[in-house]
Design a protein around this ligand. Structure first.
Ligand code: NAD
Ligand code: MG
Length: 406
């Protein structure tokens, strides 16, 4: 489990706890949250634990020693740290499936380590594929690792494609075009500001932007949902996963988040996957695929909901959507720049350095400035170089000064 202490990580570990016969947790990695990590180690007794912040290794070891002396709880995982530690845990021998729940492009190197070790992946960490699609896809082909989508929309598409006669191509979702798949419709809740006018969004605050109406998620993806950058990133993710061109990937606003996405097939049939907005289902599907496990989870009852509705997203209200389509169409290093600029812009917003409405403004400038340096088929070093360039470019833009923060 990469990113065990986050929203995806904790939900994945809940599933492992619910199905002890099926799953055993052998490796955990986390950024810096020792309290949650120690609890998880106690519960799952993994073989290895890696913490991104190396300086925390001694404290982690002390806490585990204290557990054994104070409470006679004996857990003795191998403790690693830093980037090498994360890579070792990601490629751990006894792991069959690696769930990628790190947020941001920080997940790229451990994900590549997992792929190179031939592990199957449950991909939640979309930023990795978006930034490094041209690097990740060939690595998958070389190693034979299977990429199972944990993002709810892509899981929905993946589930809908299981029943098509072209399932052989579609079921492993590694960018191979499926001849029967005509169109993808990604559903979007519309995020925190879906009912706000453009004028009202002038008063957007951190508190508002980080409270999602339907999903409980980490802070960064919640802000991405409010700007609809999350949906834009998911368009690029769908392109890389399912090999569909950008003309045939659409976004529709569906405020109830019951339909998790739809596919249109060659004969004009449209298939959808439905469920409550709960990430445990798409995560479980990656873990149990191609089987389905019996769960005691709340059953969907459409009469409880009464009505579901759909509308077109307004391009002018959500400029991030258009920026993502443009970056996807440009391809090469542009999605990496878009992603890194977005990560830094969101971080600057959360530090109260820029206004919510300046997030797309900064990203657009940085993408524009990258055009002259675009590389169409980048290698890993080139992806990492543009990622760090774009982050610095955002910081430079912010220094120039933006609109006033409410
Ligand atoms: P989160 O912020 O709740 O958790 C992130 C995890 O990554 C934590 O364990 C943290 O310690 C770790 N981490 C952060 N920075 C790190 C670094 N530099 N090195 C190593 N580890 C680091 O985020 P989340 O909401 O769980 O999202 C994780 C990923 O899953 C994101 O890519 C997000 O887009 C995707 N995703 C999340 C949801 C959701 O419901 N939360 C849904 C779909 C997709
Ligand atoms: Mg999603």
């Amino acid at each position: 489990m990469l990113g065990s202490t986050g929203s995806i990580g904790t939900q994945t570990l809940q599933i492992a706890e619910e199905f002890p016969e099926q799953f055993r947790v052998v490796a955990l990695t986390a950024g810096s949250n020792l309290n949650v990590l120690v609890e998880q180690i106690q519960k799952h007794n993994p073989e290895v634990v890696a913490i991104a912040d190396k300086a925390l290794i001694p404290e982690l070891k002390d806490r585990l020693r204290a557990l054994s002396t104070d409470q006679s709880i004996n857990v003795s995982p191998e403790i690693l740290g830093g980037p090498e530690g994360l890579n070792t845990a990601a490629s751990w021998d006894h792991a069959d499936l690696v769930v990628t729940g790190i947020v941001g492009c920080a997940g790229l190197l451990p994900t590549l380590s997992a792929i190179r070790a031939g592990k199957d992946l449950a991909l939640a960490n979309k930023e990795t594929l978006i930034a490094a699609g041209p690097v990740v896809l060939p690595e998958l082909k070389r190693s034979g690792s299977r990429l199972l989508p944990a993002d709810s929309e892509h899981s929905a598409i993946f589930q809908c494609l299981q029943g098509t006669p072209w399932a052989e191509n579609a079921r492993l979702s590694t960018g191979i075009p499926n001849p029967g798949l005509r169109r993808i419709q990604l559903t979007a809740s519309g995020g925190a500001f879906r009912d706000w006018s453009a004028e009202e969004m002038e008063t957007a605050t951190i508190e508002k932007a980080t409270s999602h109406p339907n999903w409980s998620m980490g802070q960064k993806i919640t802000v991405d949902s409010a700007t609809l950058m999350n949906k834009g990133l998911e368009v690029i993710e769908a392109h890389y996963l399912f090999g569909v061109d950008y003309e045939h990937i659409e976004i529709i606003i569906h405020p109830q988040s019951i339909i998790h996405s739809m596919v249109e097939l060659a004969d004009s049939s449209v298939l959808a996957q439905l469920g409550w907005p709960d990430m445990k289902l798409p995560i479980l599907y990656c873990m149990s695929w191609p089987s389905r496990l019996e769960t005691p989870w709340r059953r969907l009852k459409l009469t409880e909901i009464g009505q579901i509705s759909f509308r077109e997203p307004e391009n002018s209200k959500y400029p991030c959507m258009g920026l993502a389509y443009a970056a996807g169409r440009t391809g090469g290093t542009m999605p990496a720049v878009l992603n890194a600029a977005n990560e830094e812009a969101v971080a600057q917003f959360l530090k109260k350095k820029i206004h919510f409405l300046d997030i797309p403004v900064v990203i657009e400038k940085v993408c524009e400035n990258h055009k002259k340096d675009l590389t169409q088929t980048p290698n890993l070093d080139e992806v990492l170089a543009v990622d760090s360039w774009a982050r610095n470019a955002v910081i430079e833009q912010v220094k120039i000064g933006m609109r006033r923060i409410p």
